[in-house]
Design a protein around this ligand. Structure first.
Ligand code: NIG
Ligand code: FE
Length: 403
C-alpha cells in the first residue's frame, strides 16, 4: 500500500447512496487515504476538509453508490467443464447420484489436478475480473477441487496470486472424500497433515456435510481441528440432506452456515444464539431445482442473512452477485433491504470482516457507482429489479479507482 496522500477525493452528485443500512439522497462521498471521511450533504462543500488539504472532484451525477459488493461464498478456482452434468441433470439425473457415481465434483477434481498453478491463477483472475464489473470488490474463494495436499495447496496459491484489484479471502474446503481412498485413513491425513499444512495460507475452513460428502461426526472433527488452528469456520449445511450441521457450526461459533434448505428449528435457534450468519445461495437452489430455505423462520429468530453466488461449475454457474441477490428476493422472499445487506454488510460479517460492506466515517473506501437501467429513475431498488442487468460505471477499492 502506498503512503497516504493528503488529497481528499470528493465524489459529487451521487443521486442515491446505500450505506449498508439505509439510503441517502443527493450526497457527496469524501475519501482520503483508502478510507471514507464522510457522506456529505449536497450543500456541504467543505465537509472533511478543515485541515486545508487539497480536493480532487469526481463527477457522479445521477449515479447510485453502493459499498463494494462482497461475494462471501465462491468456488472460483477450478479447471474444466461440467456442461455434461448440466445436460444430464436436465434429463433427470440427480446431483448426488452423479457425485456418488464419480462424476459431479470428482470431474472438476480431475481437471483441476491436471492444470498447472499458472493456469488456475489465470482462470481465477479472469473470473474475478468479471465479478469486478458488477461492483464486487471482495471475494471469498474456497479450495476443495484438489482433495490431495499438493493440489489443494496449488488451488489456494492460485487464488492468492490472482491478479487485479479484487480482494481475495481464501478458505480451505473439506469438500468430498477422494475416490478410492479409505475413509478413516483420509480423515487422519486431512486432520493431521492437510489442515495444519494449509492453515497458514487461508483465513477459514469449510466442510461440505452432506450425503456423498462428510458425515456430521467427520465434520465435527474437522471443525474442531480448524478452530484449534485459529481459522474462521464455515459449513455447507442442510443442503441435499438434513444432517444437523448448522447447529454444529453454531456450537463451534462458526462465522456462517451456508445453503440451509433443510435447516430445522434447533439449527435456527443455535445459529441465532451464536450470531452465525446464514449464507443463502439461490443459484444452487435454482440449478438443483431445490426448495427454498426457511427464510421467514431465520428472519424471525434474528439470524443475519447474507447472499452469495456459490459460483462453481456444477451447482451454481453464476458469477453475477446482483443476479444472486435478485433471485434471493424472487425465490426466497428476501426484501430489498435484506438482499442489499446480504451482499454487503452481512456478507462482510460472514467473512469476519466488519470493516467492509458499509460506507460512512472510517469505513473502507470500497464502493461502486451504478447507472440506473435505461429509462429508469435512480433508485437503489431498481438495481435489484433488473435480473443480471447491473454493470458498474466505476469501482473503487481502498480509495483507488480500479474500474
Ligand atoms: O456449494 N454443495 C457442494 N459444493 C458446491 C458444489 C460444488 C460442485 O458441484 O462443483 C456447492 O454447491
Ligand atoms: Fe459451495
Amino acid at each position: 500500500m502506498e503512503p497516504t496522500a493528503p488529497i481528499t477525493t470528493r465524489i459529487r452528485g451521487i443521486a442515491r447512496l446505500w450505506d449498508g443500512a439505509r439510503v441517502h439522497r443527493d450526497v457527496s462521498l469524501l475519501i482520503r487515504g483508502g478510507r471514507c471521511l464522510e457522506i456529505a450533504g449536497p450543500d456541504d462543500t467543505d465537509g472533511g476538509g478543515d485541515d486545508g488539504g487539497e480536493y480532487e472532484d469526481i463527477d457522479a451525477d445521477g449515479l447510485i453508490a453502493m459499498p463494494g459488493l462482497i461475494d462471501c461464498h465462491t468456488h472460483s478456482t477450478f479447471a474444466g467443464s461440467r456442461v455434461a452434468d448440466f445436460v444430464n441433470r436436465l434429463g433427470g439425473t440427480s446431483y448426488t447420484s452423479l457425485l456418488e457415481g464419480g462424476g459431479g465434483i470428482h470431474t472438476t477434481v480431475q481437471s483441476t489436478r491436471m492444470s498447472t498453478t499458472d493456469e488456475l491463477t489465470l482462470l481465477t483472475s479472469s473470473r474475478l475480473e468479471q465479478m469486478l464489473t458488477h461492483g464486487v470488490t471482495t471475494v471469498e474463494v474456497k479450495s476443495g477441487y484438489g482433495l490431495d495436499l499438493k493440489t489443494e495447496r496449488r488451488m489456494i496459491e492460485a487464488a492468492r496470486a490472482s491478479s487485479g484489484p479484487v480482494e481475495v479471502l481464501t478458505t480451505f474446503l473439506a469438500h468430498v472424500l477422494p475416490r478410492g481412498r479409505d475413509r478413516v485413513e483420509y480423515m487422519r491425513e486431512l486432520l493431521d497433515v492437510n489442515l495444519p499444512a494449509l492453515a497458514p495460507l487461508v483465513s477459514a475452513a469449510d466442510v461440505y456435510c452432506d450425503d456423498g460428502a462428510f458425515t456430521l461426526a467427520e465434520t465435527d472433527a474437522i471443525l474442531s481441528r480448524a478452530k484449534a488452528l485459529g481459522l474462521g469456520l464455515h459449513v455447507h449445511a442442510e443442503q441435499v440432506a438434513y444432517t444437523g450441521a448448522a447447529a454444529l457450526a453454531a456450537h463451534y461459533g462458526a462465522l456462517s452456515a451456508d445453503h440451509l434448505e433443510r435447516i430445522d428449528a434447533a439449527g435456527i435457534n443455535a445459529m441465532a444464539k451464536a450470531g452465525t450468519v446464514a449464507v443463502l445461495l439461490p443459484g444452487a437452489m435454482l440449478y438443483l431445482k431445490d426448495i427454498a430455505p426457511p427464510v421467514a423462520a431465520l428472519r424471525a429468530a434474528g439470524v443475519p442473512l447474507a447472499v452469495a453466488t456459490d459460483f462453481n461449475p456444477g451447482s451454481s454457474p453464476i458469477t453475477n452477485l446482483w443476479s444472486a441477490a435478485t433471485l434471493a428476493c424472487l425465490t426466497m422472499g428476501l426484501s430489498v433491504e435484506e438482499a442489499l445487506a446480504g451482499i454487503t454488510r452481512n456478507a462482510a460479517r460472514a467473512l469476519g470482516r466488519p470493516d467492509l460492506g458499509w460506507l460512512g466515517r472510517g469505513s473502507a473506501a470500497d464502493f461502486a457507482l451504478f447507472a440506473p437501467p435505461i429509462g429508469e429513475p435512480p433508485s437503489v431498488e431498481v438495481l435489484l429489479q433488473y435480473l443480471g442487468g447491473t454493470q458498474a460505471e466505476q469501482v473503487w477499492k481502498a480509495g483507488q479507482r480500479v474500474l
